[in-house]
Design a protein around this ligand. Structure first.
Ligand SMILES: *[C@@H]1O[C@H](CO)[C@@H](O)[C@H](O)[C@H]1NC(C)=O
Ligand SMILES: *[C@@H]1O[C@H](CO)[C@@H](O)[C@H](O)[C@H]1NC(C)=O
Ligand SMILES: *[C@@H]1O[C@H](CO)[C@@H](O)[C@H](O)[C@H]1NC(C)=O
Ligand SMILES: *[C@@H]1O[C@H](CO)[C@@H](O)[C@H](O)[C@H]1NC(C)=O
Ligand SMILES: *[C@@H]1O[C@H](CO)[C@@H](O)[C@H](O)[C@H]1NC(C)=O
Ligand SMILES: *[C@@H]1O[C@H](CO)[C@@H](O)[C@H](O)[C@H]1NC(C)=O
Ligand SMILES: *[C@@H]1O[C@H](CO)[C@@H](O)[C@H](O)[C@H]1NC(C)=O
Ligand SMILES: *[C@@H]1O[C@H](CO)[C@@H](O)[C@H](O)[C@H]1NC(C)=O
Ligand SMILES: *[C@@H]1O[C@H](CO)[C@@H](O)[C@H](O)[C@H]1NC(C)=O
Length: 494
């Protein structure tokens, strides 16, 4: 007969493994793209998050920002108005993600003697800490406006100096936002997913990104996600091991491994697999010295510093892709237009022989993959990102589970399931959509009536019905063409 201790321990185990997470809780989706931000005339790329409460106590009085996601910083941070007086950040006034006045928020309370947990000495902000109301905006349809998830009394940092973009979504292992959301049961657990996109200047692309707190966007990736353990003692807790890097000439189809001693006889022996940390703190990749040298030889690279990050420039005008092969075989390929942009700048950084800082996979890497982090089990997943024509399909990321990609239905299935109206609404309205099934998810289909569809149709005579056979790309708030003042009004309207 089992002892009492057995029952007690079994109950405790059961409690830990199931009762702790309510995986019916919906995730919070926050998109990343360019928009108007508080106290700046310049549209900035980042996560749509507001902070603070004005006299009217509604969202219209919030200070809206575009925050850059950070995988090492643990706090939500906002640039103070004085930030650029002391910062070495280039184009500072136009790059902070907005400016925050804590004295204009009725909900801000400063924390005295707060001890920061941030440990990345090279990417640290200085400032003061306190609590305020965070407003996580979910914005799908321009005409519908954004819905907000309020996170009251959440820890924030007001950055007064530093060398980096001060407006940040702090998603490090001790993220206060994730703790608040999970602790208040607003999301299922401490899970977070990121597609950083390519719509910012350094990447030079158009595709926008997204954050999902407590979930992942199942329409944003394809294939089976690959699982890796976190090392939460590292400043960048997510790292992978790289076993090969292959350059493929797109014309001839020939492959050249940067690990190959025959092609690169400078190397006495084949290079070892190496560990590289995933970070959003820089754009380019920083690879071992010898691999970088081989890259320079293979593609005729030159030192350059156009973006202030020592990214190499390619002299030779040939098209190639670069594939990074991880230890478990997962391969991430940079297409030719990313490997060498219009000005021949690459996403690979020069590296000195005596440099012993960690090897890094920067935002250029995250532009190709979808990252799903589970801070409850200290594991993370990578999968190939679906960049264009994606459907936004946020689903709950239950801690300790493996995310699954959304199965795309065939065109005729869409028709037979009667989803076409939603697609038309999404495409024709030029709205924040997305994809037919997500429209269902937000119950938009139920709300939308024929009158509205007709009105949208009339407004968009040039509607391209042939777009029906592709999944509509998200076309969040298109930048208006009028003056800056009108622009700001237009964007604030959302
Ligand atoms: C789990 O979450 C769902 C949706 O938020 C809620 O309806 C349900 O009551 C929760 N269950 C428990 C056990 O808390
Ligand atoms: C990304 O968002 C911008 C708004 O900042 C929009 O103009 C653009 O069309 C979006 N890009 C894509 C590929 O949807
Ligand atoms: C901030 O954004 C929200 C959501 O779009 C909007 O309702 C609000 O008016 C904006 N606040 C300001 C001050 O523009
Ligand atoms: C609010 O703070 C800003 C910047 O710190 C300062 O310039 C301004 O005078 C302050 N306003 C009030 C009413 O204290
Ligand atoms: C900061 O940079 C210095 C010099 O570049 C380097 O030695 C150090 O390891 C870096 N620190 C971290 C935490 O990355
Ligand atoms: C937030 O903090 C203020 C001041 O400490 C307190 O009055 C308020 O009740 C708190 N709100 C919540 C939702 O905890
Ligand atoms: C390529 O980089 C240059 C800087 O050298 C930049 O001005 C340009 O916008 C980039 N072009 C593309 C297409 O990314
Ligand atoms: C180059 O590598 C790719 C991917 O492994 C492979 O499909 C292709 O056949 C290779 N090309 C040649 C010429 O070996
Ligand atoms: C490289 O690719 C671009 C776009 O695909 C094309 O316009 C260009 O001619 C190609 N260059 C070479 C040398 O093949």
């Amino acid at each position: 007969m089992p002892s009492l201790a057995f029952f007690v321990s079994a109950t405790v185990l059961f409690a830990q493994s199931t009762v702790a997470f309510n995986c019916s809780t919906k995730p919070v989706y926050v998109d990343i793209h360019k928009r108007a931000v508080h106290d700046s005339p310049v549209f900035q790329y980042g996560s749509f998050i507001g902070v603070g409460t004005g006299e009217t106590a509604s969202a219209t009085s919030a200070q809206n920002h575009s925050l850059w996601p950070s995988l090492s910083q643990n706090y939500m941070s906002f640039g103070a108005h004085s930030y650029c007086q002391k910062s070495t950040l280039s184009k500072c006034a136009d790059s902070t993600g907005g400016f925050y006045s804590s004295n204009q928020s009725t909900t801000f309370i400063e924390y005295k003697d707060f001890k920061t947990l941030d440990a990345d000495s090279n990417n640290t902000l200085e400032g003061y800490f306190g609590q305020d109301t965070l407003r996580l905006y979910t914005h799908f349809f321009e005409t519908d406006g954004a819905s907000q998830t309020l996170v009251e009394n959440s820890t924030i940092e007001v950055a007064t100096s530093g060398a980096i973009v001060p407006g940040r979504v702090g998603m490090g292992p001790s993220s206060t936002l994730l703790q608040d959301l999970a602790g208040r049961e607003m999301i299922a657990g401490k899970t977070y997913s990121l597609y950083i996109g390519q719509g910012f200047d350094r990447a030079g692309g158009k595709v926008n990104g997204s954050n999902v707190f407590g979930g992942y966007d199942s329409g944003r990736f394809t294939g089976i996600p690959h699982q890796y353990p976190m090392n939460i003692n590292n400043v960048n807790p997510m790292s992978v091991r790289i076993k090969d890097i292959v350059i493929t000439n797109t014309m001839s189809g020939t492959n050249q491994s940067l690990f190959d001693t025959k092609d690169f006889p400078d190397m006495k022996s084949a290079p070892q697999t190496f560990e590289a940390q995933i970070t959003t703190e820089q754009f380019p990749l920083s690879l071992p010295y010898q691999i970088t040298q081989n890259f320079i030889k293979a593609l005729n690279g030159q030192k350059d510093n156009y973006w202030g990050d020592n990214s190499l420039k390619l002299a030779q005008n040939h098209n190639a892709t670069l594939s990074i092969v991880l230890e478990d075989g997962f391969t991430v390929t940079f297409p030719p237009e990313v490997l060498r942009n219009a000005s021949n700048i690459t996403p690979i950084q020069n590296r000195d022989e005596d440099d012993n800082t960690p090897f890094l996979l920067g935002s250029a890497f995250l532009g190709q993959v979808y990252l799903m982090a589970d801070y409850d089990s200290n594991n993370f997943f990578l999968a190939e990102a679906v960049q264009k024509n994606n459907m936004v399909m946020p689903v709950t990321f239950c801690p300790k589970s493996t995310p699954e990609a959304y199965e795309r239905p065939k065109q005729n299935q869409w028709q037979s399931q009667g989803l076409i109206g939603a697609v038309i609404g999404g495409v024709i309205g030029g709205l924040g959509c997305i994809g037919a099934l997500y429209c269902l998810y937000v119950s938009w289909l139920r709300k939308s009536d024929e009158r509205r569809l007709k009105r949208d149709l009339a407004r968009n005579e040039a509607a391209k019905l042939e777009q029906m056979d592709v999944e509509p790309a998200p076309s969040f708030e298109g930048p208006p063409t009028k003056s800056v003042k009108e622009k700001v009004m237009f964007w604030k309207k959302g």
